[in-house]
Design a protein around this ligand. Structure first.
Ligand code: NAP
Length: 248
């Protein structure tokens, strides 16, 4: 079932840069009545709110901070669409035995998995009160097959994929639609060191919003993820074999 954006009130986490900022722009372009742009530092949101005075509202939200999550859910009680976009990648490359996979991995789980879970728990009753609404979780193609260059990040994004499935089941009764977003490489600060062709955040954001409006439960918002996504849906083991072959 499609979820039309026109006239809706949305909230986007990690909205101060990258994909999150572009999703705010795309939601405004699609006719959202109001978008809460949530970020750790309110000052980082000044350019975005200045571009859309009155329609984009700044909100402080570190997704690992329970007090800020509770305050955000109380302040943004009119939210109908929650976009869990905030994310963190703490370590890439190196040997499997590197202990940094564990220290970085804990933080990645904190932000990507527990952050998404905690924000979703806080906003689920808000969405229910506002008619059910929708949630879009920004996972990754690395949710579907592990990119060993980002081994622990991939594991945290696999957890986001699993959480997306859980939310789809557990929030069905309150009428909440749940979308999983699985981007490939997008040209943001997070992907600076990643040696692949990258899509622009603006193009990815437009595809994310189009996917929500079309009712696509799995949204592949760029050429790389579209190829991998189709391959994954057809034959997940073959995608894993291709990753092993690429590693040599
Ligand atoms: N770029 C890619 O290739 C790619 C591919 C697949 C999936 N993704 C996912 O897309 C999402 C957006 O990433 P991006 O590419 O736009 O990267 P980015 O430019 O690094 O942006 C990450 C955003 O997450 C925010 N964030 C990090 N920790 C947070 C926390 N504890 N609380 C609240 N916000 C926090 C950052 O805020 P600060 O500015 O305060 O740090 C920033 O706004 C992430 O979930 C990422 O995993 C990205």
């Amino acid at each position: 079932m499609g979820y039309p954006i026109k006239g809706k009130t949305a909230l986007v986490t990690g909205a101060n840069r990258g994909i999150g900022e572009a999703v705010v722009e795309a939601l405004v372009a699609a006719g959202a009545a109001k978008v809460y742009a949530a970020a750790r530092q309110l000052t980082d949101l000044a350019p975005l709110t200045a571009r859309h005075r009155g329609r984009v509202v700044a909100l402080q939200l570190d997704v690992t901070n329970p007090a800020q999550i509770a305050a955000a859910a109380a302040a943004a009680s009119d939210v109908q669409l929650l976009v869990n976009n905030a994310g963190f990648a703490g370590h890439s490359g190196g040997a499997f035995t590197d202990p940094t996979w564990i220290t970085a991995g804990r933080r990645e789980m904190d932000v990507n998995f527990f952050g998404t879970l905690a924000v979703t728990q806080a906003f689920a009753p808000v969405l229910a009160r506002n008619g059910g609404g929708a949630i879009a979780n920004v996972a990754s193609v690395a949710s579907l097959v592990n990119f060993a260059l980002l081994a622990s990040y991939s594991a945290s994004k696999a957890a986001v994929h699993s959480l997306t499935q859980a939310a789809r089941v557990m929030l069905k009764g309150q009428g909440t639609q749940v979308f999983g977003v699985y981007p490939g490489p997008i040209d943001t600060r997070m992907a600076e060191g990643i040696p692949f062709d990258k899509a622009s955040p603006a193009d990815a954001a437009k595809a994310i919003v189009a996917g929500i409006e079309a009712g696509n439960e799995e949204i592949f918002p760029d050429p790389m993820s579209q190829g991998m996504g189709a391959g994954y849906l057809a034959n997940p083991k073959e995608i894993e074999r291709q990753m092993i072959a690429m590693a040599g």
